[in-house]
Design a protein around this ligand. Structure first.
Ligand SMILES: [Zn+2]
Length: 351
């Protein structure tokens, strides 16, 4: 990752864009790819970048641009905001988080408040915290001040920025799945320099975190026989996880290729060959049902799409500090660029 690529990744994770409110993050992604591709944004908000659209075979690369977040549902008399969650949270990871709400006059900073441990009753200290006992504090002194900045229905996300850890590791909120959006954009930029024979469509899809909503319509409009989704996956390389339960998946050991019902076996073989040709490591995980990522929404579109899934191994998913290795991100870009450039015409995708 060079400095220019790193600042693109940082700008993506800094952009607040929970499911249904992705337009700011999407603008950053569109600006990155528009130098090499024509970009169209559909009515849901998914952006589709087309490179060499008359080529063959047609191939779709996909990642989701939305992040998990918060929506304002009630403003109390003292100016505190009560919220709905957007996507899946462990309530124990929320108190003290910094957030940004996309308000009508611009972004508004806040923190998630909860009764301090000192004041909790003995039994409440032992119990799991509940989201209904938390609020967002934007510093407003009363309801009127709060309403001048935010409205019911406004939404936001965490803002914990990017921190370098040892060994080329990075920590940030919302690597899920801004890192995937980064990967497909950089693959597009990389293969644009090689004059590919394939028609390549990169889709930055919306609303994955609330039920894989944007990827299916994007896949329908692209109408490609082949597609690869790029997302994050959990690892078994930190305490309190077991290889016997989740398999042996580690940060820094290469992108993860998934096998299972949603993955076409010919596409899986080609992804493995692409990793070997690109000289990058890879890991394999099993997912028998194929559920859980946009790959699931893509492979059953129209008459079916031959899909693969490439994931960045990531620790502490859906917390304010998701941790990944830059090496895995660089390897995923190299792997997918090789995959697209080596696709034969016609591609054999019969399982
Ligand atoms: Zn995701």
């Amino acid at each position: 990752m060079n400095d220019d690529q790193r600042s693109f990744l940082v700008s993506l994770v800094r952009a607040t864009g929970p499911s249904g409110y992705e337009s700011g993050a999407q603008e950053i992604w569109r600006n990155r790819v528009s130098s090499v591709a024509d970009v169209h944004t559909d009515s849901l908000g998914s952006a589709i970048a087309s490179l060499n659209p008359g080529g063959s075979p047609r191939v779709m690369l996909e990642a989701h641009i939305d992040e998990i977040g918060f929506q304002v549902k009630y403003i109390d008399d003292n100016g505190f905001l009560y919220f709905n969650t957007i996507g899946g949270f462990d309530p124990a990871t929320l108190a003290g988080n910094r957030v940004r709400i996309l308000g009508h006059n611009g972004p508004v900073n806040g923190v998630i408040g909860r009764k301090p441990a000192h004041l909790l009753a003995e039994e409440d200290r032992k119990a799991n915290p509940k989201i209904k006992d938390m609020w967002i504090d934007i510093g407003a002194r009363n309801a009127e001040e709060a309403r001048n900045a935010v409205s019911i229905g406004d939404a936001g996300g965490r803002v914990h920025d990017v921190t370098d850890l040892l060994g080329n590791f990075l920590a940030s909120n919302s690597f899920d799945d801004r890192v995937g959006s980064y990967v497909i954009a950089e693959v597009l930029l990389s293969i644009a320099r090689e004059n590919p024979s394939a028609a390549v469509f990169a889709a930055s899809a919306v609303q994955e975190e609330i039920g894989l909503r944007g990827a299916g319509p994007a896949a329908y409009s692209i109408d490609a026989p082949i597609g690869v989704a790029v997302d994050v996956t959990y690892t078994s390389d930190h305490p309190e996880t077991r290889k016997t339960e989740v398999g042996d998946i580690r940060c820094g050991a290469g992108p993860v290729l998934t096998r299972g019902a949603a993955t076409n076996p010919r596409i899986f073989e080609r992804l493995v060959q692409a990793a070997e040709a690109a000289g990058v490591p890879y890991q394999v995980e099993g997912n028998p049902t194929g559920r859980g990522t946009d790959q699931y929404a893509m492979y059953v579109v129209r008459s079916g799409m031959a899909t693969g899934l490439v994931s960045i191994p990531t620790r502490y998913l859906h917390t304010a500090s998701e941790v990944l290795s830059q090496d895995d991100v660089d390897a995923a870009v190299a792997l997918l660029a090789r995959f697209v450039l080596d696709l034969p015409e016609p591609p054999d995708v019969t399982p």
